[in-house]
Structure formats: structure tokens, C-alpha cells
Design a protein around this ligand. Structure first.
Ligand code: ADP
Ligand code: ZN
Ligand code: ZN
Length: 826
């Protein structure tokens, strides 16, 4: 960057542009103290004071010699890194995200960097107890901080500043952090411990047969201990770690007996992070060969990837897309390149990593936001140093500092969960991945059985390459789909609760054949909504305009928008009637009803409520895979990626609740969701069956799903999209204006829409009330902007919007109001 020799450099007066992790526009200029000149570099972290007293970690985005005109630059306090931790490519990507998604660079930085890498005054430091650490290795200041932490357990960075009586504390914290003595937390609920189980190990001393013999002799007088030891040896034969609970159960000895053996140093008590057991047929698949159809698809992909930046693999469910990805990844590893493999949901990374580890061993790691900060910071460094070749991750892994990225896979690219809603940046990871590919000169592959209309449109228009794979691996047929009319069964009184006779019969048959079943329902909760049969009143959240949902587990009414809870009611608060009925149908109710109708069937449930803990998901899936569960009832979560050979029946409890959703994407989403759920059936040898229960058997989307007819769905939807001005023909930007006072809100949002119409004419629609008009005590009005982006300049319109939004927010008349911009909101 600077060609001066060091002598000269030390004499220069330098200024840096820095990005602060805050929602403030633009970058800020700081002056570099001369002794830091040589250390200052773009992409390094620096410590700066911002505002009256707060200190932050900022990233240097540029170095120059010009002083700012409007203010006097403060000095940098310190430079934190020896080597840049943010790459030039990342800075470019951040810039693009900020412009495209109408947010600030600071918001992008805040989302991108693990909090351990962006200390600020409010950051809290927690002791990571490590009794084995030799404290004499610490310097005085480190010692002081650790001492204080041992007393108080938790300190803020400001506290540390006071304890050490100096401003620059980050290098000390960094050193403690790298010695693994502290944790760094940003928010309380981020406190995270990986779930561990207690395991027992045998002291390696006793691997020696002679020693073991002696041991048994020594224990002669303690028969219980001998039992425990024998039990251990038996359990350890499986080659798996021995869980303490299993040992207790298998031997019937008390925990005291095991403790005695631990005290004698016969056993070693340890903890292991729970992970899935290795897949039984993993080794068999190790040496796979692609089928002819897969081989053809692979060759076509290699050719397309050569020619185009982005390629779509449109391969039906169970066509073996993953196996093809593996071959492509191998191509890039052979070139020494890094690979990013994106999945739409954190929960899916567990199953996939087991599958991929077989081939890629330690070259692959998982990354997502539920890792703790220490882990995330560690992965960040490894990716930056090119020590890790493949990252399998959820959407936030697009922010990692790849040193030499060659290839990006976006699997299930149509999934809505690639979109981040809250907080800013409200980005779509697929689209960011495509931009990342452009910036890093890496190739991008999108994979899906049911591509998003946008992607398919781009593929048909030759913007993306397109490769099709229309055959399931192993010649397994696509599932047979049967549509059952709920109304008809109801008339004939065949229906039990919400199960048609056809579905119940299907479940019974599957179970008689020792096969497994998935039941899909689009909602969670027990019976979501209470309704007064006398006056029609339903209990609403006090903070939001939504009905409360009854949760059986807590016995309370919950708000899904703000977390508010209240006691269940037996009497209508409006009219005092005692005729309260439950309306709607959730997964919990399905599970309960089924247990009553088929008491011998082992039923479990997987939804948001049962999977809140990091590993709960894995536990349910393990049980299902181990066939401890016959029927798994679930929401969207069961639709994606599950690959179990023994599932032969999928039941869709109510397709109408999916299709009748008030959103322009409803049909596209329903087709995708129903096809994906259906694709879980019969993936190995047998043809699977899907039973769809509906009131509207003739509905065009249901027919398209039955016929596995993506093309018809695409073409019919595209006609409507064009006619009603929706994506992919039009770009949508939503401005959500919020205020606590409804009257004020209506007034100012009206005025703002008028102003925008002045510039953008009938591109501007609204303001109107969104589906949920009040959340967390803020009323909301939405202005929608539809842009015909073939003829209009998107970036010009965005610049205008950004300007108008900041003018709006600076205007005293709009005090108390704020605007949230959402680009490509759905
Ligand atoms: P998709 O992602 O297209 O739905 P998967 O990649 O999950 O499909 O493949 C479906 C199943 O078929 C998996 O169990 C996978 O292991 C198996 N499979 C696919 N291709 C092969 C192959 N070439 N050799 C062995 N097994 C394969
Ligand atoms: Zn009432
Ligand atoms: Zn609420």
C-alpha cells in the first residue's frame, strides 16, 4: 500500500477511515499516532473512542493523509492485530451489502464479526475456569483482571478499564482470550455451553493386561467396584465412549461406586460434546461411484461452471445432488481452493457434516451463529489462515474471511430461511453468496429440487447455467401422492379428530411393516387460538396486534412476536361467557390426538418448541434414526433435508393452511414445501407414499404437486407475477415505519409516502397496515416500492431512498418514529 521506507513512514501524519460496529452512516476518520504508523493496515482492528467516553473496536477500511474537514480527528488508541483480520474482498462485500440492503457498514460489520473480535465498552467478560492454568505465566495486568474475575465472575470492558486504570485494555483481554481464560459475551442470552454428557474412561494404565489383573486382585474386597469395572469393559467393547448414565444403568451400581473408582484413578471422569453416532452405512458409501445420470449431470456441471459464474442444478429430491457436490468439491480441493457449502438451516448442518466428514475428514468444519464466541473467533482465524478448506454453514458463514475461495454451493437455494429478517443487514444469503463469488472470483452452484422463481428465471434466461437431474438415485420412483378430501370424509363421518380414515390406515400399514411415518403440520403450539363462542372475542397480546397462542406445556397463552405470556382463561374477558373454544390445529394437538387414537404407536414431535436447545434436534433425529420413534410429527423442520431410509409414508394434515396464506409467494412456497415434504418418503429402495388432506382437492397447486410438475407451476406463477408486478419482474423494497402513537404514525407515514410519490410516482404503494399492525407496542405502517428494474436504475432509487430516510429521521416532526427498510422482503 505505502511504498515509503520505514524511516519515512514513521514521520508521516496518517489518517484512517474506520468502520464502527454501529448503525451510523459511513466511516469515521481518526488520526494515527506516529508510533502506530507502521502497524496500521487496512483490515486490522483498531481501538477508538467514539462519543464522549465509549471505546470500540473498529476496522480500518482505508488509510490516507487527508484530515477530515468537518471535525478534528481524534487519535487512534491502539492497533490490535499483527495481521489484518478482515480481507479486502470482505470490505468490498460489506460495501455491497450496505448499499444493496439499505443499511450501514457498521451494521454489516456487527453481523459479520464474532463478538469476541469486536470488543466494546459494554462487552462483558466472563471467567473461563481453567484450574490447570499456571498463573505465574501471566503478566501483572492479566493477573489483576483474572483476579477480579474470580471475585466477581463477570466484568464489563469499562470495569476492566477502571481496574487497570488505562484506556487500552483490549490487548490484555485479547491475550487472556487467546489463553482460553476468559469468555467474551455480547448479550446475556448468548451465554452458551455446548451440551456435554459425562463419560467414563479407563485409565490407560489398565490397557495393559497384567496391570488389569492386578487391579482386579486389589479390588477383591469391593465387589461393587468389580461390577462397575466389568460393566465398563463390556460397554467399551462397542468402540463408543461409555456414558456414565449407561454404566450406572447397565451395572446397577450407585454413583458413589463410580466416584470411588475415579478417586482411585481407575476411572477418569470426562465430558464429551454430544454428537450424532456415525451413520452405520457411512463406510460403505465411502467409495461411491456416480450413476450414469449423475455422471452426466456432473460433466454438464463442470462445463457450465467453466463458462458461467453461477449455475443451477435442478435435481429432483433424492437424485443424489450431495454426491455430485462431493465430486465438485474434490475438484476444488485439488486446486488448493477453499469451498463454502451453505445450508438453509443450522439444524441441517449436523446431519450433513456427518455425511461429509467421511470424505473430507478434518478439512471440513461447521460454522453458524449458535457456536459460542470463542469457537467462532477460532474458526474465523482458521478460515483466514487457509487452515480450513471447506466450511459447511448456515447463512452467516458468507461473512467468513476466506483467504482463497474457489467454489460456493448454496443447497436448497429456494429456502426462505436464507433471508435474515432481524436485525439489519436484512440480507439473503444466496444473493450475498453470488456477490461473494463475483468479488472472490469463485464459482457458485445453486442446488434445488424446486428452485425459486427468481433463480429459474435467471437460468432460463441464460444468466445462470442450468443442469437438470430428473432421475432418483438407485431408480427409486418418486412418491405416489394421494389426495384425500377432508370434507368428504367428514360427511361420511369417517374422520377422527383431524385424521382421515385413509391416513390412519396408511399409518397402521406402515407400522405393521415396521416402517416409519412423518406427519406434517404447518403450525406449532397446542390449539393455537382461543375463541369465545358467545361474542367471538379472542385474547390478544398486550403489546402486539396478534392473537395469543395456547401452549399446553406451559399452560399459558403466548405471543409469538414478543414473547409475552399470560395465564390461560376459562372465562371470556369481554363478555364473561364460559363458552371458550379452541380454534386451529397445532403439532402438539396432533401428537396428543394420535397417541389417543393409536395408543401403541410411539409418537414424537419436532418443532420450534421441542428443539430450542442446541442439541435437542439431534436427539430427536437420533431416536428417529434408531427407530425408537414410529411417527414423527413436525412443522417445516421435518421438511428439509432429512434422509432416513425407513420413512415410507408422509401425511400432510392440512394442505389448505399452507396454500391459503396471504402472500404473493403462497403458491410457489406451497409447491416447494409440499414437494420437499413428499420427497422425504421412500428415498432408498421402496417407493414412498404421501397422503395430502385438504378441503380443496382440485386446487391447481395440489395437482401440480401430485404430478411432480414444477414447470407448470413456474409458468402459471410467472404470468401472475408479471401481471401483478411482483418479482422476478419487479424488485420490492418495503419501508416499515414504526411509532408508538397510532395517530402520529398515520400522519407521518402518509406524508412520507406523498414525498416518495413525488420522486417515484406510482412505484410507491401505500402506506398500508401490515398483517400484524402492532408489535412490541410499536404501530407499523408499510410503504411498498415496486421497481421495474429492467427499465429503472435500482441503485439510483436506493440512493434516493437512503437520503430521504435520513432526512425523515433527522426531522423533529418525526420524533419517536423510525423506518426499517427491507429490500427483497419475502
Ligand atoms: P438429494 O440431495 O438430491 O435429495 P441425496 O444426495 O441426499 O439426494 O441422495 C439420496 C440418497 O442416495 C442418499 O442416501 C445418498 O447417500 C444416496 N446416493 C446418492 N447417490 C449415490 C451414489 N452415487 N452412490 C451411493 N449412494 C448414493
Ligand atoms: Zn365473549
Ligand atoms: Zn406480543
Amino acid at each position: 500500500m505505502f511504498d515509503f521506507d520505514s524511516e519515512e513512514l514513521n514521520q508521516q501524519t496518517l489518517f484512517v477511515e474506520v468502520i464502527l460496529p454501529l448503525a451510523i452512516p459511513g466511516t469515521y476518520t481518526y488520526r494515527v499516532p506516529k508510533h502506530l504508523n507502521a502497524l496500521t493496515e487496512v483490515g486490522k482492528r483498531v481501538v477508538v473512542q467514539f462519543g464522549k467516553s465509549k471505546i470500540y473496536t473498529a476496522i480500518v477500511s482505508a488509510i490516507g493523509q487527508k484530515a477530515p474537514v468537518k471535525y478534528e480527528a481524534k487519535y487512534l488508541i491502539d492497533v490490535l492485530d499483527e495481521k489484518a483480520i478482515v480481507t479486502q474482498q470482505q470490505l468490498k462485500l460489506w460495501q455491497w451489502i450496505a448499499e444493496y440492503y439499505l443499511c450501514t457498514l457498521g451494521e454489516v460489520m456487527a453481523a459479520a464479526l464474532p463478538s469476541a473480535l469486536k470488543l466494546a465498552s459494554e462487552t462483558r467478560i466472563v471467567l473461563n475456569a481453567n484450574p490447570d492454568f499456571d498463573k505465574s505465566l501471566l503478566n501483572d495486568k492479566e493477573f489483576l483482571v483474572l483476579d477480579a474475575l474470580e471475585l466477581k465472575h463477570e466484568l464489563s470492558v469499562t470495569d476492566v478499564t477502571k481496574i487497570l486504570a488505562q484506556k487500552s485494555v483490549f490487548p490484555i483481554l485479547r491475550s487472556l482470550f487467546s489463553k482460553n481464560l476468559i469468555y467474551i459475551l455480547e448479550e446475556i442470552d448468548e451465554k452458551f455451553q455446548p451440551k456435554k454428557v459425562a463419560v467414563i474412561q479407563l485409565n490407560p494404565l489398565y490397557q495393559d493386561k497384567e496391570n488389569l489383573k492386578h487391579l482386579f486382585a486389589e479390588l477383591e474386597k469391593a465387589p461393587k467396584q468389580v461390577d462397575a469395572l466389568l460393566g465398563y469393559i463390556k460397554l467399551a467393547k462397542s468402540g463408543k465412549s461409555v456414558k456414565k448414565t449407561d454404566l450406572l444403568e447397565a451395572t446397577g451400581v450407585s454413583a458413589g461406586v463410580i466416584k470411588a473408582l475415579v478417586d482411585k484413578e481407575v476411572f477418569i471422569a470426562a465430558h464429551e460434546v454430544i454428537s450424532r453416532f456415525t451413520h452405520p452405512d457411512l463406510t460403505a458409501v465411502m467409495d461411491f461411484t456416480l450413476s450414469d445420470a449423475q455422471q452426466q449431470a456432473l460433466s454438464a456441471l463442470q462445463k457450465s461452471i467453466n463458462e458461467k459464474s453461477v449455475t443451477l442444478l435442478h435435481g429432483i429430491t433424492s437424485s443424489g445432488k450431495t454426491q455430485i457436490y462431493i465430486r465438485l468439491i474434490e475438484d476444488y480441493l485439488a486446486l488448493g481452493k477453499q469451498v463454502l457449502y451453505l445450508l438453509p438451516e443450522i439444524a441441517l448442518t449436523g446431519q450433513m457434516i456427518d455425511r461429509l466428514k467421511v470424505y473430507f475428514k478434518d478439512q471440513i468444519i461447521v460454522y453458524h451463529s449458535k457456536f459460542n464466541d470463542n469457537e467462532r473467533a477460532e474458526i474465523w482465524q482458521k478460515v483466514l489462515n487457509n487452515e480450513v478448506k471447506i466450511v459447511l454453514g448456515a447463512r452467516s458463514s458468507v461473512f467468513l474471511p476466506f483467504a482463497d475461495l474457489g467454489f460456493v454451493i448454496v443447497d436448497e437455494e429456494h429456502e426462505a430461511s436464507f433471508k435474515q429478517f432481524e436485525p439489519a443487514p436484512r440480507y439473503h444469503a444466496r444473493d450475498v453468496a453470488i456477490m461473494l463469488g463475483t468479488i472472490a472470483h469463485a464459482k457458485v452452484l445453486l442446488g434445488s429440487a424446486t428452485p425459486s422463481l427468481e433463480t429459474y428465471f435467471n437460468a432460463l434466461n441464460n444468466k445462470f447455467g442450468l443442469v437438470k437431474l430428473a432421475e432418483r438415485y438407485g431408480g427409486v420412483k418418486l412418491p405416489y401422492i394421494e389426495v384425500v378430501s377432508i370434507a368428504e370424509e367428514r360427511n361420511r363421518k369417517l374422520i377422527k379428530e383431524h385424521f382421515t380414515s385413509v391416513l390412519l390406515e396408511g399409518i397402521n400399514t406402515a407400522i405393521a411393516n415396521q416402517e416409519q411415518v412423518i406427519l406434517f403440520q404447518n403450525r406449532r403450539g397446542y390449539v393455537p387460538i382461543l375463541i369465545c363462542q358467545t361474542c367471538g372475542n379472542t385474547p390478544k397480546c398486550i403489546n402486539c396486534d396478534v392473537s395469543l397462542t395456547y401452549h399446553k406445556a406451559s399452560g399459558k397463552l403466548h405471543c409469538h412476536y414478543c414473547g409475552y405470556k399470560e395465564d390461560n382463561i376459562t372465562e371470556c374477558p369481554a363478555c364473561a361467557s364460559k363458552h371458550i373454544a379452541y380454534k386451529g390445529l397445532g403439532t402438539e394437538k396432533i401428537e396428543d390426538d394420535l397417541k389417543v387414537i393409536l395408543p401403541d404407536v410411539r409418537v414424537a414431535r419436532m418443532d420450534y418448541d421441542t428443539t430450542r436447545n442446541k442439541n435437542a434436534h439431534q436427539v430427536i433425529l437420533n431416536d428417529f434414526e434408531d427407530r425408537k420413534i414410529d411417527v414423527l410429527v413436525g412443522t417445516q423442520m421435518v421438511a428439509k433435508g432429512l434422509d432416513f431410509e425407513n420413512i415410507t409414508l408422509i401425511g400432510i394434515i392440512n394442505a389448505d393452511s399452507i396454500i391459503q396464506f396471504p402472500d404473493f409467494r403462497a403458491y410457489e412456497r406451497s409447491f416447494q414445501l409440499l414437494s420437499q415434504v413428499a420427497g422425504r418418503a421412500g428415498r432408498r429402495s421402496k417407493q414412498g407414499k404421501v397422503i395430502i388432506q385438504t378441503y380443496d382437492a382440485k386446487h391447481r397447486v395440489i395437482q401440480q404437486v401430485v404430478n411432480h410438475d414444477y414447470e407448470s407451476m413456474y409458468h402459471e406463477e410467472m404470468i401472475e407475477r408479471r401481471q401483478f408486478k411482483y418479482p422476478p419482474f419487479y424488485k420490492i423494497i418495503q419501508l416499515n415505519i414504526k411509532h408508538k402513537d397510532l395517530g402520529m404514525l398515520l400522519k407521518i407515514s402518509d406524508a412520507f409516502a406523498k414525498l416518495l410519490k413525488h420522486y417515484l410516482g406510482d412505484m410507491v404503494i401505500g402506506p398500508h397496515s401490515p398483517l400484524v399492525g402492532r408489535v412490541r407496542n410499536y404501530y407499523i405502517q408499510t410503504i411498498t416500492i415496486k421497481i421495474d428494474w429492467a427499465s429503472q436504475s435500482l441503485s439510483k432509487i436506493k440512493v434516493l431512498l437512503k437520503e430521504q430516510i435520513s432526512v425523515f429521521e433527522a426531522d423533529k416532526a418525526n420524533k419517536g418514529a423510525f423506518i426499517i427498510a427491507d429490500v427483497d422482503p419475502y
